[in-house]
Design a protein around this ligand. Structure first.
Ligand code: CMP
Length: 750
């Protein structure tokens, strides 16, 4: 029974072993031909071979190409015929009573996601050449990463979860903060700009250098796909160059400082300015302005002057997203997230007050210092000092934005307008952000708050219990992955309000990409698919996590949604098989296979390579669903038998005995069914005869009546039943043969 039904399951290639060997061989002698890997273990799904086909040489590439072609054909076939998922879609729609719309087949996504899936498989295959486990990240040899068949040494990819990246973010954040504070501040407070021109010059261009270096770092930042870190520098760069962040980053490093030269030329004039400008390029670049009495020490001119030329560097603020990224990362990493959040809010408040103070001072300059009571009065020794200018402006800005103090009454229209805007901003920013920060976050981002609360709780717990830093960082990374991949949602709870058919339709739609790869689902009836889908729960496993261990009691089976897992020996390294998206495992120990020497114990260890999203199906749920679908049950049993047989864990005698018992019961049922069929046919035949007799009797009665009235001869109809049709009728009760009724004139008295 087992073997006959398993025709579709091909022999497995131990992909990870092959990967390791291929890698070893290619490292040892890059030109040596690639021998076929031994086939000691079996693959769970044929598709996995494509997903993990690792190769770093031409032979392996060809193999991969062929397997991809086959995979493509299989996909095509799958798309041509309406898949079981489509049928399931129809099934749930019919259960919902909603008519099938024209576009529904396309909406099922059967054709769409296939391309993505293939594209992704292709990418994974490329990435598998020299893979090695490294703290849950698939690392790749540096000299194979440039793609396009070129063997080139590339700059290393940067793992954003590593400390180096965070430290780099700190450096970039300082540069961004410097620009946020000083570009605006120096543009308004000319004395500040004039104070230390050489220091500003050095700091400005140091920040620019950091910005440029940051673009290089950003272009090589790894990102997660299918739970594995993408480290192909070609892909990383492509990903960055196509992102919106790249555009913003480019704008933030545009050399707008060149406008200093223009400003200088226009201020000095062509005759004298050229020589002066050319004589000291550093003065030009540091913004030596010639209005008034500019000197290298007074880039903004001697007297009051707003805005100073440094304002052209305002585009440096376009790097603010990096600052936000730093805060996000800090929040995730720190054990005191609440302190971090408070500091972040305080920093933003201070920045807003600072900018507002600068605007106030600029307006005072525009209106005229000391011309009324509202503007800043610069006269007097104390008021003309830089510190007093700034501190008063900051004080005024704080009072206005927080609306907690008396400020001088505005006098001109411009002043009124500015104060109104400030009040509004103050009300909006402070009343909303500061006053209701807790409830705002809770209401506006409940999922994030809930997630953060969970994460904070675990962090506190780990700190309290003195969990080792390595384990604590694994837990935090798991949360990071959960949030970054939108897996933090408790789908069961969110969808609990929906009726089952709608829930199933939604679940099929959301997880279509993974479900369509599962062979069990491709062949099974739509009803079963819906039953199973409704009972799936999603679990996320971290790199190196054991999903199940050999010898454990099996309580659930798994379907891989995303990521990669390996079936490993007890040493945790020797891989027998690789499981990719759509693979099913963990079913052997829950199927109660007769002859299973391990009983209901796990037959192998299964470990997650990177991050893996896995659907989990409880044993009781599976059995409940399979009760009504014997075909699917048989198919699963077959698969389990095959795996057990390969590992020598199947007692064939026991299995045969169970099959024989099973067969004898089947025979009895078959015999009973045959007898029932015969009885039904006989009853049917009797009914037909009865009908025919009734017809004859009624005709006889009609004939006699006519004869009596006309005085003619008596017509006696007789019934002839076609004997061959009668036999046919007995043979096949389903054919609806009709009795032939022939009426012949019978001479009177015959
Ligand atoms: P179970 O024994 O319940 O738990 C471990 C699972 O690993 C097992 O079910 C199978 O689904 C799977 N498994 C065991 N051996 C192999 C193998 N050689 N190849 C692929 N999968 C396997």
């Amino acid at each position: 029974m087992c073997s006959s039904l398993m025709a579709t399951q091909g022999d497995e290639i131990p992909a990870v072993e092959a990967a390791a060997k291929s890698s070893e061989q290619s490292n040892a002698s890059p030109r040596s031909s690639h021998s076929a890997p031994p086939t000691t273990a079996v693959s769970v799904e044929e598709e996995e071979q494509d997903a993990v086909a690792p190769s770093s040489n031409a032979n392996a590439s060809t193999t991969r190409l062929n397997s991809h072609q086959q995979d493509g054909e299989a996909q095509e076939k799958l798309q041509r015929k309406p898949s079981v998922l489509q049928k399931a879609g129809r099934w749930v729609r019919s259960r919902l009573g909603r008519p099938l719309a024209d576009g529904d087949l396309e909406a099922d996504g059967v054709s769409g996601p296939a391309e993505d899936a293939d594209y992704f498989l292709e990418k994974l295959a490329l990435g598998a050449s020299t893979q090695a486990m490294e703290g849950g990240v698939i690392s790749r040899g540096r000299c194979h990463c440039c793609g396009g068949g070129r063997v080139t040494c590339c700059p290393p990819a940067i793992d954003p979860s590593k400390p180096f990246h965070y430290q780099w973010l700190i450096v970039v954040t300082i540069a961004v903060l410097y620009n946020m504070v000083f570009v605006v501040g120096r543009a308004v407070f000319w004395e500040l700009d004039n104070a230390t021109p050489y220091l500003w010059f050095a700091l400005d261009y140091l920040c620019d250098a950091i910005y440029l270096a940051d673009m290089v770092v950003h272009a090589h930042e790894g990102y997660l796909e299918q739970g594995l870190m993408v480290r192909d520098t070609r892909l990383l760069r492509k990903n960055y160059f196509q992102s919106f962040r790249f555009k913003m980053d480019t704008v933030s490093v545009l050399p707008t400082d060149l406008l200093y030269v223009v400003l200088l030329r226009s201020a000095v004039g062509p005759s004298s300015g050229d020589a002066a400008a050319a004589s000291n390029s550093s003065d030009l670049l540091s913004g030596n302005q010639v209005a008034g009495s500019p000197t290298p020490f007074r880039p903004c001119g001697a007297g009051p002057h707003v805005p100073c030329p440094v304002i052209v560097r305002i585009n440096r603020l376009m790097r603010i997203p990096r600052l936000l990224e730093f805060f996000d990362r800090t929040e995730t990493r720190t054990s005191y997230p609440n302190v971090c959040r408070i500091l972040k809010v305080v920093l933003f408040i201070l920045l807003i007050i600072h900018w507002n103070a600068c605007i106030y001072f600029a307006i005072s300059y525009a209106v005229g210092f000391g011309t009324d009571h509202w503007v800043y009065n610069i006269t007097g020794a104390r008021n003309s000092s830089l510190s007093r200018q700034y501190i008063y402006s900051f004080y005024w800005s704080t009072l206005t934005l927080t609306t907690i103090g008396e400020t001088p009454q505005p006098e001109t229209d411009a002043e009124y307008l500015f104060v109104v805007i400030d009040f509004l901003a103050g009300v909006l920013i402070f009343a909303t952000i500061v006053g209701n920060i807790g409830s705002m976050i809770t209401n506006m981002n409940a999922a994030r708050v809930e997630f953060q609360n969970r994460m904070d709780g675990i962090k506190q717990y780990m700190a309290f219990r003195r969990v080792s830093p390595v384990l604590a960082s694994r837990v935090i990374r798991w949360f990071d992955y959960l949030w970054a991949n939108k897996q933090a949602l408790d789908e069961g709870r969110v969808l609990s309000a929906l009726p089952d058919p709608l829930k199933a339709e939604l679940a099929i739609h959301v997880h279509l990409d993974a479900l369509r790869r599962v062979r069990l689902f491709q062949d099974c009836e739509p009803g079963l698919l819906v039953e199973l889908v409704l009972r799936l729960t999603l679990q996320v496993f971290s790199p190196g996590d054991y999903v199940c261990r050999k010898g454990d009691v099996g309580k659930e089976m798994y379907i891989v949604k995303r990521g990669r897992l390996i079936v490993v020996a007890d040493d945790g390294r020797t891989a027998f098989a690789t499981l990719g998206a759509g693979s099913v495992f963990g079913e052997v120990s829950i199927l109660n296979i007769p002859g299973n020497r391990t009983g209901n114990r796990r037959t192998a260890n299964v470990r997650s390579v990177g991050y893996s999203d896995v659907f989990c199906l409880a044993k009781a749920d599976l059995w409940r669903a399979l009760e009504d679908y014997p075909e699917a049950r048989r198919s699963l049993l077959e698969r389990g038998c095959q795996l057990l047989r390969k590992d020598g864990l199947l007692d064939e005698d026991e299995l045969k005995k169970a099959e024989a018992e099973n067969e004898s019961i089947k025979d009895k049922v078959k015999r009973l069914e045959e007898q029932m069929g015969k009885i039904q046919k006989y009853v049917h035949h009797l009914q037909m005869e009865n009908d025919a007799h009734k017809a004859v009797i009624s005709q006889l009665q009609n004939g006699n009546t006519e004869r009596r009235s006309s005085g003619d001869c008596e017509i006696v109809p007789c019934v002839v039943v076609n004997s061959s049709e009668q036999e046919q009728c007995l043979e096949d009760s389903t054919s609806e043969s009709e009795e032939e009724t022939t009426v012949v004139e019978n001479p009177k008295g015959a």
